[in-house]
Design a protein around this ligand. Sequence first.
Ligand code: NDP
Length: 321
Amino acid sequence: MSVILVTGGTGLVGKAIQHIIETEPEGSRFGKRPGEKWVFIGSSEADLRNQEQSKKLFEKYKPTHVIHLAALVGGLFINMKKKLDFLRDNILINDNVLHNAHELGCKKVISCLSTCVYPDKVDYPLDETKIHLGLPHESNFGYAHAKRLVDVQNHAYKDQFGDNFTSAIPTNVFGPHDNFDLESAHVLPALMHKCYLAKKNNTPFVVWGSGKPLRQFIYSRDLAKLFIWMLREYDDVEPLILSVGEDEEVSIKQAADAVVKAMGFTGEYRFDTTKADGQFRKPASNKKLLSLIGEFEFTPFDKALEETVQWFQQNYENARI
Ligand code: NDP
């Protein structure tokens, strides 16, 4: 029997993994397999910053595998405001998870980095070899350093003990169950929420920044399938970028246009160029992923965005707003 513990199981990516595991046919490529028990946990089960609570959690479920998603996560503006929280909380969470997984002899742990932890000044496209080649962008250095340390820890656990710990590097994720809170949301859910309010209140839809920066967005349900594949097939300490291709970059303006269309918004719509843009672009290569996974179909951006907008509208009362 394999027990797969998903930390951060109540968040955007965790909920997507749960959705895929529960809706794909049993025994299929991404569905639940015989002998697997999946456990999805949020912070109400254990505050993973806390040593005692983390230890108890691992002793309770005795996982054989861990997909470690739990983290203090947020968009550009909250990252700029709370650098120490992003650094310290994430260091504590990661250390507690990896230490307990090691102590219990877990067969595999996949942790989660992000393309926003890469150096600010680096040759593009990003690939798996460039994480530590320079300082991260100062806007999110707390989060970035904490996340980079996971890769360092994975190598140390492997070198000293032979543990099978690795990490995934997603680009910008979006989908149902995202954080839509305007203070802390990433760009797409923030745009959806703003547009929703503009439509409801008959006010202008104002997008922060110039709209020019480019991003690679991955649908949470596609990312979920990639995590499930990684859990079963990928056994290397080196991280793996989980992303759509570099040729799939979307500008913030294109994304905002798609939100306007999916929401059916017809009011005034403009850009506030006095607000920060963040990094202009940071294309990431998914070459290594494609060379390993074989067949994989990503959901087209507009379709995934429409599904997310629909979910948000239908679940507004219970969404994270
Ligand atoms: P969410 O913010 O949606 O969810 C965060 C999850 O972490 C929740 O389940 C939350 O639990 C849990 N969590 C937070 N703090 C603690 C804590 N102290 N103890 C225990 N659990 C905690 O995050 P995402 O799903 O968006 O992100 C998942 C992973 O992917 C993260 O590691 C993130 O860094 C990474 N990532 C995300 C990207 C994105 O665009 N969203 C991009 C690239 C990487 P609860 O809700 O119950 O409090």
